[in-house]
Design a protein around this ligand. Structure first.
Ligand SMILES: O=C(O)CCC(=O)C(=O)O
Length: 279
C-alpha cells in the first residue's frame, strides 16, 4: 500500500500561506475506521467538554494529553504526519495534545478569530514553533461551519488575545486590518483531507446550522526543543516516537486509552489556555 507524503511543494505552501491542505492524506478506509471508533468510544464521549459561544450554541470537544496506543494516536503520531513536521522544522517535533472536535448538527457553536499560539504563548512557550494538524473525519463545508483561515496571516506574528468568561479572541482591530488585505479562505474538506496550519495563522469558524455533524481530529505539535518555562506536560517537549503508516489499520477500532489525561473544565483551572474558547 502506498501512502501520501508531505512534499517540498507542501512545505513551500505552508511557509508562504501559513497552511497547507493535503487532499486524502488519510485514506477513506482509515478515516472510516476513525469515525466508527469514535461512535463506539464511550470514554471519549464522556470526557467531552462543552464550550458556549455568544449565541447560546455550544461546541463540544474532547482534549487529552498523553497520546496512547489507540487509533487517535496512530493518526497523530503516524510517520506521514511526523515526517511533514520534521520537514517544516528541520528538527524533532513533540505532540502537545489531541482534540476530537464534535460540532453537532444545529447546535455546534462558532469559534472567534484567533491564533492558537495566542493561547499557547501564555503557557510559556517562547517560540511560535507550534502548529496544528486537522484531519477531517466527516465532510466540512460552509453549511456545517468549516474552518476559515486568513491566508498569510501567520506572518503578522502573535496578536494579543482577550478573554471574558468563555469569550476569547484576537484583538479585532488588528484582525479587521488584516481582513482588508488578506484573502479569507473557507477550508472545505472531505473525510481524510488534512490541514497543517501554523500557530500564528488567524482562523475562525461559524456555527453548524446544517443537519450534518462536523467532526475532526486536531493534534497540536510543538518543536521539541521549544520547552515551556512553565509547567506543561512532559509530552509537549518529548520527541514523538513515530508509528508506521500501516499502524492505523492494524490498531483497528481501539478507542482512547484510560491513561489519557483529559482536559476537564471543572478540575483544570487553566483549561482555556490549552484550547481557544469560542465567541
Ligand atoms: O474546528 C473548528 O471549528 C475550530 C477549531 C479551532 O479553531 C482550533 O482548534 O483552534
Amino acid at each position: 500500500m502506498t501512502y501520501k507524503k508531505f512534499t517540498q511543494a507542501h512545505l513551500k505552501s505552508f511557509e508562504k500561506d501559513g497552511y497547507v491542505l493535503i487532499r486524502e492524506f488519510f485514506s477513506p478506509e482509515e478515516v472510516a475506521l476513525l469515525l466508527e471508533t469514535y461512535k463506539n468510544d464511550k470514554l471519549i464521549k464522556e470526557s467531552a467538554i462543552n464550550v458556549d459561544d455568544n449565541s447560546g450554541l455550544n461546541t463540544k470537544l474532547t482534549l487529552w494529553y498523553n497520546s496512547g496506543d489507540d487509533i487517535y494516536g496512530a493518526f497523530s503520531k503516524s510517520e506521514r504526519v511526523v515526517d511533514g513536521l520534521e520537514m517544516i522544522w528541520g528538527d524533532k517535533p513533540a505532540l502537545y495534545h489531541t482534540k476530537f472536535m464534535q460540532k453537532e448538527p444545529k447546535v455546534g457553536g462558532a469559534w472567534e478569530w484567533h491564533q492558537d499560539y495566542g493561547y499557547w504563548y501564555d503557557n510559556g512557550f517562547l517560540y511560535p514553533d507550534m502548529l496544528s494538524v486537522m484531519v477531517a473525519v466527516t465532510r466540512a463545508n460552509k453549511e456545517n461551519g468549516c474552518l476559515q483561515v486568513l491566508k498569510g496571516s501567520h506572518k503578522i506574528g502573535r496578536i494579543n488575545h482577550g478573554s471574558t468568561g468563555e469569550q476569547v479572541g484576537a484583538d479585532m482591530r488588528r484582525v479587521n486590518a488584516a481582513l482588508k488585505s488578506m484573502e479569507l479562505v473557507y477550508v472545505e474538506l472531505e473525510p481524510g483531507d488534512t490541514l497543517f496550519f501554523h500557530g500564528n495563522l488567524l482562523h475562525k469558524s461559524d456555527a453548524n446550522t446544517s443537519e450534518h455533524a462536523r467532526f475532526s481530529l486536531i493534534s497540536a505539535y510543538n518543536l521539541a526543543s521549544n520547552k515551556s518555562f512553565m509547567e506543561e506536560p512532559e509530552a509537549s517537549h518529548t520527541p514523538i516516537s513515530k508509528v508506521g503508516n500501516e499502524v492505523i489499520l492494524k490498531v483497528g477500532a481501539r478507542g482512547v486509552q484510560e491513561t489519557a489525561h483529559f482536559l476537564n473544565k471543572k478540575k483544570d483551572e487553566n483549561w482555556k489556555k490549552s484550547i481557544v474558547a469560542p465567541k
